[in-house]
Unconditional design. Structure first.
Length: 295
């Protein structure tokens, strides 16, 4: 990543929060190529991040999560909010030590421990009070289905695959209890580090955190996008989560994976053929071609 030119409003908030600092890198850009996340080194040696959200909703979700949810995950497990500017949609946070799991070289034992701890973190997130959290919108199932199939055709999926998605979404899935959910829970947002001889997993990026059914995104992602070919990792996650999924939850995960698949394809196409996201979509299509059953 390049050393960024920090915009004036970001610079002002950083100086008010951390005093003198050194800009280290741009860590994310938006669709227009503009910097959205800046990594900085404060004069006191702290590594911090400044982030500009895309819209008011994402800013509200993330700042609410930092206040009410992140502290429940434990020390060093999630960023701490240091400052915000709601008008400029900016936040300043501490950095969580570690590297993203998706880019980390891990032993098989480390992978199992990562997924076990990810299950623990998911359980803590899903059991937090929902009173102060934003509530996600749930469209009527027929509209969810129509939108997904339209996206599938926009992504130029073969008609046979569109029919697979149509069959998988023909019946509305069982409803399960809503909970606080991360919304983008996976290896890209899990950070791993070794603290002495102990492996520690943290989680970042709470801009999609809201109250919804965990099967909609968090559990669907792990069960049907990440672990279908790694039952050992799925078992490790559920061990950390503290329970197996019910048959209703499995059915809902499958249906929501079909809804998510075209959106994942569309996102990957818009982001230069992102292979990670394309891999999720291919995995889901492979699973949906097989008869529905809970593992």
């Amino acid at each position: 990543m390049t050393v960024p030119a920090v915009p004036a409003d970001v610079d002002l908030l950083l100086r008010r929060t951390a005093g003198p600092y050194e800009a280290l890198a741009t860590r994310s850009v938006d669709r227009q190529g503009r910097a959205a996340v800046w990594e900085i080194l404060a004069a006191d040696g702290r590594r911090l991040f400044a982030k500009r959200h895309k819209n008011t909703l994402m800013h509200h979700r993330e700042t609410t999560a930092y206040r009410h949810l992140a502290p429940a995950l434990g020390p060093g497990r999630a960023p701490t909010l240091l400052a915000e500017d709601p008008q400029a949609l900016l936040v300043i946070t501490t950095a969580v030590p570690g590297t993203p799991v998706i880019t980390s070289a891990l032993t098989e034992a480390d992978e199992l421990e990562v997924y076990r701890q990810a299950g623990q973190l998911a359980a803590r997130i899903h059991t937090q009070p929902t009173a102060d959290a934003p509530v996600g919108e749930r469209l009527p199932w027929v509209r969810e289905r129509e939108r997904a199939l339209a996206r599938a055709r926009e992504a130029r999926l073969p008609e046979a695959d569109v029919e697979v998605l149509a069959q998988a979404t023909r019946t509305e899935p069982p409803h399960v209890s809503p909970a606080c959910c991360h919304g983008d829970f996976g290896p890209r947002n899990w950070l791993v580090r070794h603290d002495g001889g102990t492996l520690v997993v943290g989680v970042i990026d709470f801009e999609r955190t809201q109250v919804e059914e965990p099967v909609r995104r968090d559990l669907m992602r792990v069960m049907l996008q990440l672990t279908p070919h790694r039952p050992d990792l799925r078992t490790a996650f559920l061990t950390g989560y503290g329970r197996a999924l019910s048959s209703a939850e499995w059915a809902a995960c499958r249906a929501w994976a079909a809804i998510d698949c075209p959106a994942a394809l569309r996102w990957a196409l818009d982001h230069h053929g992102d292979e990670e996201i394309l891999g999720y979509a291919r995995t889901v299509l492979e699973l949906l071609r097989a008869p529905a059953s809970a593992p």
